[in-house]
Design a protein around this ligand. Structure first.
Ligand code: GLY
Length: 416
């Protein structure tokens, strides 16, 4: 098993490809930063320009329509920070601090689980890189808001994803994306030694495994719970093709979340589940490196790809390889993670002068937003994966797995 922070042993071609991608990323980020004013990039539109939103835009219901608000703003701070890490140029850190001040207000936002995405990509790495408590305090305030979204039922507890908890629609709804937001709670538990953050995340992971994972190891995008009994009333989708379809980015968030949950709880069953979810993803990829936006899309829709899903899975698989106690399994996941990352660098990286990093990301096909362009989250998880490969341990604290990873029934697996 590789050491927590030792570079993955990359071929010289891989190392060159990944470093060049980070070089080009820093150039693009610097050029775009100067054009945004106080707004933040979201997705590139059909004209290739960034759609921009203020950081202050919270999620909420407008009548019956749900709007996700600006959950993208932290990712831009994250790209400034990774560019600082890669180049050592102080201007990136100055920009990141200035942007963090604009994002900071969202740490008080009680309306969305996406607070995890916003601050795990910005304040957490900001603190890890600088040691400045200002970043840590912002991340903790956000973690408190996320933990407060826990809804306790007779059959477990889950984090409600969307909307104020006083609204029955928000209270009963949970999304698979929340599995990726647990990272903020795990960070807070480690930073404060307050185990309640980890308990909340673990409770959510337990309940999600029961309610979201179908018999074939695909996942629902969203579940409506009975808030008293905890029973699943229905599985449904918001961004996938149809309620029973396999939305590829949902599967990616699930893989990512269960890898992190295995590392942070030491539960072997989470690692096993992450592997089953990843095996399902690979089966449906059928030799490709980038999935369609939904594995069950048909006709011309099936040609629409989602490079963001590929980036999230690549990052998750590199982490799975790092923590997997079995050397053969670790080698398998490392090989797949690196192949996905190589394909993104070679085939999907935007040209000089184009905005964003990855072509062919798909934010929401049903809403026709951010289809075929770059998305902020796709770009961030792509760069996170590059940093795992080239600059391990620099972006976020690298936790050793909370070994022993205990098998169900209390047995232990041997570690290499
Ligand atoms: N809300 C997360 C996603 O669009 O994947």
């Amino acid at each position: 098993m590789s050491n927590a922070t030792s570079p993955l042993s990359l071929s010289s071609e891989q190392a060159k490809l990944f470093r060049e991608a980070l070089d080009k990323t820093a150039k693009k980020v610097a050029a775009d930063e100067l054009t945004f004013g106080v707004e933040f990039p979201q997705v590139t539109g059909p004209d290739g320009q960034w759609v921009r939103l203020p950081a202050s835009l919270s999620a909420g219901y407008d009548g019956d329509a749900w709007s996700h608000g600006n959950w993208f703003c932290g990712f831009w701070v994250g790209l400034l920070l990774t560019s600082y890490l890669h180049t050592g140029e102080a201007r990136f850190l100055e920009w990141a601090r200035a942007r963090m001040r604009l994002v900071e207000q969202r740490a008080q936002d009680p309306n969305t689980h996406d607070i995890g995405f916003i601050f795990d990509s910005s304040a957490v790495p900001g603190y890890h890189i600088t040691g400045d408590e200002w970043f840590a305090n912002i991340a903790l305030e956000a973690a408190d808001k996320l933990r407060a979204r826990l809804v306790t039922t007779r059959d477990g507890a889950y984090l409600a994803s969307w909307g104020p908890l006083s609204d029955p629609r928000g209270r009963s709804a949970s999304a698979i994306d929340t599995m990726a937001n647990l990272s903020l709670l795990y960070w807070a538990a480690n930073h404060t030694d307050d185990g309640s953050y980890r308990q909340a995340a673990d409770a959510h992971a337990e309940m999600t495994a029961r309610a979201f994972v179908r018999d074939d190891d695909s996942t629902y995008h969203a579940v409506e719970y009975d808030v008293e009994s905890g029973a699943r009333k229905r599985g449904y989708t918001f961004q996938g093709a149809f309620d029973e379809s396999a939305w590829s980015r949902g599967q990616a968030w699930a893989i990512y979340g269960y890898v992190n949950s295995a590392r942070e709880t030491g539960k072997r069953k989470y690692l096993d589940l992450a592997e089953r979810l990843a095996d399902y993803y690979l089966r449906r990829l059928d030799g490709r490196q980038v999935p369609p936006w939904d594995f069950d899309a048909t006709g011309r829709d099936a040609e629409i790809k989602d490079t963001a899903a590929a980036a999230v899975v690549a990052s998750a698989l590199l982490e799975m390889a790092r923590l997997h106690p079995d050397a053969h399994a670790a080698a398998k996941w490392r090989r797949h993670g690196l192949a996905m990352l190589e394909a993104l660098c070679r085939d999907e990286f935007t040209k000089d002068g184009e905005h964003g990093l990855l072509h062919n990301s798909c934010y929401s096909k049903p809403h026709n937003i951010g289809v075929d362009g770059a998305t902020m989250f796709g770009d961030f998880f792509f760069v996170e994966a590059l940093c795992r490969a080239v600059h391990p341990g620099t972006l976020r604290p690298v936790q050793p797995p909370r070994i022993p990873i205990v098998e169900e029934g209390g047995g232990r697996r041997r570690h290499e």
